[in-house]
Design a protein around this ligand. Structure first.
Ligand SMILES: [Zn+2]
Ligand SMILES: [Zn+2]
Length: 153
């Protein structure tokens, strides 16, 4: 984790259908693993079930599904994103920030915008995100102040 992959690289291995094949629960699980991975140690099942507020067997089930989709690996109880998983994570993060910016720009409350963006950030296709990004005047940060990479067309 912590590595940044270029947008072109992400696009070369992602398609719109790839994004659609995640469920909301899988999306939440992937995001939790990605967030936690920024710390020193990779996430474990116990952390994951705590963060997602679900029981361990449910967390294991989600991780297994993400493993089958080649987004995470499990080794000695530690769960890591694969390169593909990292790309998905960055893509969803970026989508989230742009959607949030769009909603707040048009008057929505930030907390509501953030919550709503979580429901759709893993579903939106590249060209729609690019179109929004352009229309918004290529913002460099989301309303929380988190960076939006200048990688859109
Ligand atoms: Zn947010
Ligand atoms: Zn934000």
């Amino acid at each position: 984790m912590g590595k940044y992959y270029s947008h072109n690289f992400i696009r070369s291995i992602l398609t719109m259908n790839d994004l659609k094949f995640l469920t909301k629960k899988e999306r939440d699980c992937l995001i939790a693993i990605g967030e936690f991975g920024k710390q020193e140690f990779p996430i474990r099942l116990v952390n994951l079930s705590e963060i997602l507020n679900i029981k361990s067997p449910t967390a294991l089930n989600l991780v297994t599904r993400l493993e089958k989709k080649k987004l995470v690996t499990r080794l000695k109880g530690m769960i890591n994103l694969t390169i593909r998983g990292t790309s998905f994570y960055h893509e969803i993060e970026e989508n989230h920030r742009i959607l949030e910016t769009l909603m707040v720009t048009y008057g929505m409350d930030l907390d509501r915008a953030c919550t709503l963006a979580e429901q759709i950030d893993y579903l939106v296709d590249h060209s729609s995100i690019d179109a929004m990004f352009l229309k918004l005047g290529k913002p460099s940060k989301c309303p929380h102040g988190r960076t939006i990479e200048q990688i859109h067309d």
